[in-house]
Design a protein around this ligand. Structure first.
Ligand code: PLP
Length: 334
């Protein structure tokens, strides 16, 4: 693999920190837990989409784009990060926001990520739930092109083979960091949604033969669908990189037992995870992705499926801004 073959812009100082969570590990009486701080990717309070945007916006700039179009749920972290990066490169940004979570909560509808989208001057259009949102974004891009604009359309979550390069690169960065520290990683755990993060990590780990299993914890789809999405994107990304032999289906593992009632709908486990990490380590997770992923990891540790002697790295994908959209849930006592 040779990532420099693809256009890129630099958005944050790498590597992001890799920290050992002593208090949290002790509280769980379990494995040695480390955290890869991709919540510290700087732009617009950071998060995993910034890594993907290095490659997506690299391609957009190479194509002379002047307008980024993307889509997401109302509290999309991806939209917030895209809106900010667009401004850095002097581009306009339009986001199509899907009312995916059924709620009238004014915090959800107007605080958190949405507030920041507006500060970045992002044009917002809303869509009802259940549409093919990537098709909606493509159609919007076509409309802009017909009007003479140079539009670059980024799929939801930045999850295509270009965006996934960000997490191929992250896998390389993480292994190099661990090697320098003398840390043997037994397992890498991440939230998995639109699939680009996990797909990129799997391709990256296989590409450098690191032999580190990646466990995705799902936040939306059932296991079979999520694994199929991740595998499809991993195969396509591996092909783009000329990785011989493809990606074994068994390298893609997702546990989707922690979604709760649905995407973006809070769970008791998520709340426990967010409060535990905040109070043990002073680190903020988010209610939609990293909080549910951490809830899953905590449960798997308690059940002994992640074993006591393991050294586990949890990828912190960011998103804490979303907490402000869930104020009512966190303020409720008990
Ligand atoms: C988008 C997102 C994820 C999921 O990453 P995918 O590449 O979409 O699977 C995880 N955590 C946060 C905070 C996110 O915003």
């Amino acid at each position: 693999m040779h990532l420099a073959r693809f256009p890129r812009v630099r958005l944050f100082p790498a590597p992001t920190p890799l920290e050992r969570l002593d208090n949290f590990s002790r509280a769980l009486g379990g494995p040695e837990i480390w955290i890869k701080r991709d919540d510290c990717t700087v732009v617009a309070t950071g998060g995993n989409k910034v890594r993907k945007l290095e490659w997506l916006v690299g391609e957009a700039v190479a194509q002379g784009a002047t307008h980024l179009v993307t889509q997401g749920a109302v509290q999309s972290n991806h939209v917030r990060q895209t809106a900010a990066v667009a401004r850095k490169f002097g581009m306009k940004c339009t986001a199509l926001l899907e009312h995916r979570v059924e709620t009238n909560d004014p915090d959800y509808l107007a605080s958190g990520n949405v507030l920041l989208d507006r500060l970045f001057g992002c044009a917002i259009e809303y869509r009802p739930p259940g549409l093919d949102m990537n098709a909606e974004a493509e159609a919007f891009g076509e409309k802009l092109r017909a009007a003479g604009e140079r539009a670059y359309v980024i799929p939801g979550g930045g999850s295509n083979t270009v965006g996934a390069l960000g997490y191929v690169s992250c896998a390389q960065e993480l292994i190099q960091q661990a090697d320098e520290m003398g840390l043997v990683i037994d397992r890498l755990v991440t939230a998995t949604g639109s699939a680009g993060t996990q797909a990129g990590l799997v391709v990256g780990m296989i590409g450098i033969n690191a032999q580190v299993p990646v466990l995705g914890i799902g936040v939306r789809l059932p296991k079979d669908k999520q694994e199929a999405n991740v595998h499809r994107l991993a195969e396509a990304t591996a092909a783009k990189l000329g990785l011989a032999g493809g990606i074994p289906r068994a390298a893609v593992v997702a546990n989707c037992d922690y979604v709760g009632p649905g995407y973006g709908q809070p769970t008791a486990g998520m709340r426990e995870a967010v409060e535990m990490l905040a109070q043990a380590e002073g680190i903020l997770l988010d209610p939609v992705y990293s909080g549910k992923a951490m809830a899953g990891m905590i449960d798997l540790i308690r059940k002994g499926e992640i074993r006591k002697g393991e050294r586990v790295v949890f990828l912190h994908t960011g998103g804490a801004v979303g907490l402000f959209g869930y104020r009512g849930f966190f303020e409720r006592v008990g």
